[in-house]
Design a protein around this ligand. Sequence first.
Ligand SMILES: *Cc1c(COP(=O)(O)O)cnc(C)c1O
Length: 355
Amino acid sequence: MTETLEIKITKTQHSRLQETDFSNLPFGRNFSDHMFSADYIDGEWTNFEILPYGEIGLSPAISALHYGQAFFEGLKAYKHDDGQVSVFRPDKNAIRFNKSAERLCMPALPEEIFIQSIAAVVDIDREWIPAKPHHAMYIRPFMFATDPYLGVAPSKTYKYMVLIGPTGPYFSKTLRVKIETKYTRAAEGGMGYAKSAGNYGGSMLPAKKATEEGFDQLIWTDAKNHEYIEEMGAANVMFVLDGKLITPSTRDTILDGVTRDTVITLAREWGMTVEERRVSVAEIIEGAKNGKLQDAFGAGTAATIAPVGSISHNGEEYFLSDPKTREFSQRVLTELDAIKYGRVADVHGWNYMVS
Ligand SMILES: *Cc1c(COP(=O)(O)O)cnc(C)c1O
């Protein structure tokens, strides 16, 4: 039995729901009326609170700002046709949350606090969940160090918060991607497997340069020789090569994605051969040349299934088939939607129902 969290609730006096444009919901721009907050003080989690979304006061000396003791999670809540609300696989995010915490020398958050805090704030703002295809409530739990101390040492106090906001699809078009051969996202022994804030700060310059060259995304390769494929932007990358689903195996340079795991599970159930292993740039380029590369897509909560239209490597661009004609990613996308929006039986127990 898990205890129910005692949460102090202060509701907003001025809902912004009516003034929010639900016909235009770019990722990450809109926040609902409320947010969740908790503090880690003297070795325990306390001050569980739901309060109106807004600014918070912090010392400018907090070590999160100076040394990057900060990380986050990303998941989504969906509105079913019958009005019920579910969060997709939050138990997986709870586990990963604590992996990130451990890597950054930050305190673990009990899974029941993680899940109940999310459920509570989603429940309060359930009117904010868009009931439109491919739309959802994006959920952003995060933790950061709050000691006002400039020594390079783990903080003793932390804040855990949850922001939520309605969102549409992250990418609306087929992606033109580039295999990155200069910059590195993560190295062995580093923190690529954690959703630590610093990983994303470091990816912005390479991403900006790629955008200036006309690309939508980068495919990250290994730090040593740039010979093996690791991820795509802030998503996992998956390929169908000669009828087999192929994706880089998780290691300490790769984020262990919930979407990745979900796609692999479905593919295996459909009788497909799945290979989680090192994936070389050479075999993907070879497959693109000889037509054996039947599908390529990014997989992530924000991106969902984001089809790759072309892959560039060392100045050569290789085009793939029209995404609408791709059997696997189309089937996955359809099945994932059916599960998340409650249109088929949730045989895996992936939907956490918010009552
Ligand atoms: C969040 C993220 C993913 C996708 O993980 P999901 O659990 O599927 O959302 C993949 N790679 C990176 C680097 C990420 O930050």
